[in-house]
Design a protein around this ligand. Structure first.
Ligand SMILES: [Zn+2]
Length: 356
């Protein structure tokens, strides 16, 4: 099929193009395969990068001083094995473009209007291999999202391949366009709100991919049913769906299967009012994320209850109800290149330091 031929019309005005992405980190596998999905992305006239009118992927690695060639077109990547897919920088570029464009489209659909960036340009730079570090961040002064990578003994961890990380960083840029002063120095609540919204969007956006939710609920029997235990509150709370950035979490903590954050599993507490540990914005933001995820789980569980018969339920219906619950929880070209990532990332107009 021709590269750009998979364009379709969804609704009266929104034209979309299907693009293959990694729906979860590469460390999350089902049946021994990484979890990919073909998702609708707003159709745009794309140039190499990919470059559209809101995003430009610039693959410059400041650690090695290398400018990798731009991805020349949109590929289906449908017949590529996992090892080659994960090593293909053209796929990395497509991944950051597609997830960022989907995230922006979700916000614009919710507010019903175009959302400008904080800066005077229509394009945000996406840099998929920016530096050799297990982190990623938004830098408004560079008009860019930077994604790091970390060489490990069992393979390099690329933060650009994490759906959660890309959605999270894109949300920082979107929120900075909507509320420009929230990144400036101030009370920890400002930064915590940024982190909470970014984590919430990253977690909820997975629910828009029904097939991915299905696969993460576990294998179904011949009738398409799963055991009720697979959707018990504890199983969902501790599962992949509500964990953020599993591979990055493992790379940092050394703990296999450990997500970077699992706010849904936090017990309600008022410690954030007095404990200095909650001055750290990610930690503080988790208080909000925990509340939203607990609400999501409560809504989902209530919807699932009538579907359980004989200790099991239909997997597709379970995923569908998860998507509805997540919907209820969701907040209703310039040319050139970005600057080098700063050696010291303490600028007031960037959210850096602790992981994502
Ligand atoms: Zn963040």
């Amino acid at each position: 099929m021709a590269p750009d031929a998979r364009t379709r019309v969804a609704g009266p005005a929104v034209r979309t193009r299907r693009m293959r992405i990694l729906a979860q980190d590469p460390s999350v596998t089902v049946g021994g395969r990484v979890l990919t999905a073909e998702v609708p992305v707003p159709a745009d006239r794309l140039e190499p990068g990919p470059t559209g009118h809101r995003f430009q992927v610039v693959d410059y690695d400041a650690a090695t001083g290398t400018l990798h060639p731009p991805a020349d077109r949109v590929h289906s990547f449908s017949r590529v094995d996992d090892r080659m897919l994960l090593a293909d920088f053209a796929f990395h570029s497509q991944q950051v473009y597609a997830v960022a464009a989907r995230t922006l489209a979700a916000f614009e659909f919710s507010v019903g209007r175009r959302i400008p960036w904080h800066f005077a340009s229509s394009q945000l730079f996406l840099v998929p291999h920016a530096f050799a570090e297990a982190n990623a961040y938004y830098a408004a002064e560079d008009r860019a999202l930077y994604f790091g990578y970390l060489p490990e003994s069992d393979g390099t961890v690329y933060t650009c391949l994490s759906h959660d990380v890309v959605a999270h960083e894109t949300t920082h840029a979107i929120l900075d366009g909507l509320r420009p002063r929230y990144i400036e120095p101030g009370l920890p609540d400002q930064g915590a709100f940024h982190e909470a919204l970014a984590d919430t969007v990253a977690l909820l956006s997975v629910f828009s991919m029904d097939d991915v939710v299905c696969r993460l609920l576990g294998p179904a029997d011949g009738q398409g049913r799963i055991e009720a235990a697979a959707v018990a509150p504890k199983a969902l709370r501790d599962g992949v769906l509500l964990g953020l950035a599993e591979q990055l979490g493992r790379a940092i903590s050394g703990e296999r299967g450990g997500a970077l954050r699992r706010s849904a599993a936090l017990d309600p507490t008022t410690a954030w009012r007095t404990d200095p540990a909650f001055e750290e914005v990610h930690r503080r933001g988790e208080v909000v994320v925990a509340a939203v995820m607990s609400a999501l789980l409560a809504i989902w569980e209530r919807r699932l209850r009538p579907l359980v018969h004989g200790g099991g339920l239909d997997r597709n219906r379970a995923a569908e109800e998860g998507a509805k619950a997540a919907g209820s929880s969701r907040p209703s070209r310039r040319t050139g290149s970005p600057g080098r990532p700063r050696a010291s990332r303490t600028s007031p107009r960037s959210l850096a330091g602790s992981p994502i």
